[in-house]
Design a protein around this ligand. Structure first.
Ligand code: IPM
Ligand code: MG
Length: 368
């Protein structure tokens, strides 16, 4: 049975970068006899324009029924003035929440060819390989109470609530420990236990889980502000980082820049495994919709292509195909092709489309 794949390209550069993934999907069908049952839907501003909401119930139902969802990006100035619950971002947050995708994996991996494209010194980032595990369905982005109210004195007051329960902390920490076991058995847990009770709880629960079940993994606790500093001071000290929704949002953008460009970073958002071992999952690049360059055929499609590779790996157990796609990306970069965001002296600057075509050609070569 063909796996059901729902593609939500979204806004801005979303559709352009997703078009390159479609090439790879076509290639897989033609050359590897791997067919996906692909359907497409709207999320974000484009859904608001068509339906008046950033995600319809029908699309939500399709996402729940899919074996995996692949998302481009949401948002743009055009929709900035909409009320909160209609903003494009709410569509994405609803997908994450209703699919219960609590574990967000954001690998920051530096391709050798791009070590010099980083804004940091080459030595600091060469060989870098960090896995950030961000809690994705709790914390201050979802906590109640929330809202903006007008006080009796006419002043306005905005409220958001940072809140975590033990089970929310333990389930995401478990995913991180399991990943740490498959990597260097080293994990940093990041919070602000010095000023936040939810952070203190986070620290205590992660430590408890480690002592009870993961004594083979070296665990260090770190404050989030220090972690931001350490990421640009000495990023190679990190292997797996587990952190909450807000800090994970910030730290993963920061880690992305170590790799040369936000345009390189994929992500996987996973739910709990069911009795058959099947997990709900959504894959998306870490970068946003970049409205300033949308429609210009200059966006970097590699983060979305690498997200597709993560999908092959984590949802479909297609390790050989995942390796193949990642290898193709590596080889094309080694060959000197660069989109604008990772352009370096002496390299060939190419468009989104040409980069996508180059990856497919490389797949052809690799697969013989
Ligand atoms: C991300 C993005 C989203 C987030 C936005 C678009 C809602 O910044 O995936 O990191 O804040 O989680
Ligand atoms: Mg973000």
């Amino acid at each position: 049975m063909a796996k059901k794949l729902l593609i939500l390209a979204g806004d801005g550069i979303g559709p352009e970068v997703m078009a390159q993934v479609r090439r790879i999907i076509d290639w897989m069908a033609k050359k590897r006899q791997i067919s996906f049952d692909v359907s497409e839907g709207l999320v974000g501003g484009c859904s608001y324009d068509a339906h008046g909401v950033p995600l319809t119930d029908e699309t939500m139902a399709e996402a729940l029924a899919a074996d995996a969802v692949l998302l481009g990006a949401v948002g743009g100035q055009k929709w900035d003035d909409l009320p909160f619950e209609l903003k494009p971002e709410r569509g994405l947050l609803r997908l994450r929440k209703d699919m219960d995708l609590f574990a967000n994996l954001r690998p920051a991996f530096v391709f050798d060819a791009l070590a010099e494209a980083s804004t940091l010194k080459t030595d600091l980032v060469r060989g870098l390989d960090i896995m950030i595990v961000r809690e994705l369905t709790g914390g201050v982005y979802f906590g109640q109470p929330r809202g903006i109210e007008t006080l009796p004195n006419g002043e306005r007051r905005g409220v958001n609530t940072q809140v975590y329960t033990t089970s929310e902390i333990v389930r995401v920490a478990r995913v991180a420990f399991e990943l740490a076991r498959k990597r260097g058995r080293k994990m940093h847990s990041v919070e602000k236990a010095n000023v936040m009770e939810s952070g203190l709880l986070w620290r205590e629960e992660v430590q408890k889980l480690r002592d009870a079940e993961y004594a083979d993994v070296e665990l260090q606790h770190m404050y989030a502000d220090n972690c931001a500093m350490q990421l640009v001071r000495n990023p190679k000290q990190f292997d797996v980082i587990v952190t909450d929704n807000l800090f994970g949002d910030l730290l993963s953008d920061c880690a992305a820049m170590l790799t040369g460009s936000l345009g390189m970073l994929p992500s996987a958002s996973l739910g709990a495994a069911d009795a058959q071992g099947r997990r709900r999952a959504l894959y998306e690049p870490v970068h946003g919709s970049a409205p300033d360059i949308a429609g210009k055929d200059m966006a970097n499609p590699l983060a979305t292509i690498l997200s597709f590779a993560m999908m092959l790996r984590y949802s479909f157990d297609m390790m050989a195909e995942a390796d193949l796609v990642e290898k193709a990306v590596k080889n094309v970069l080694d060959g000197g092709l660069r989109t604008a965001d990772i352009m370096q002296p002496g390299k060939a600057r190419v468009s989104t489309t040409v980069m996508g075509e180059a990856i497919v050609r490389e797949l052809d070569k690799l697969a013989g």
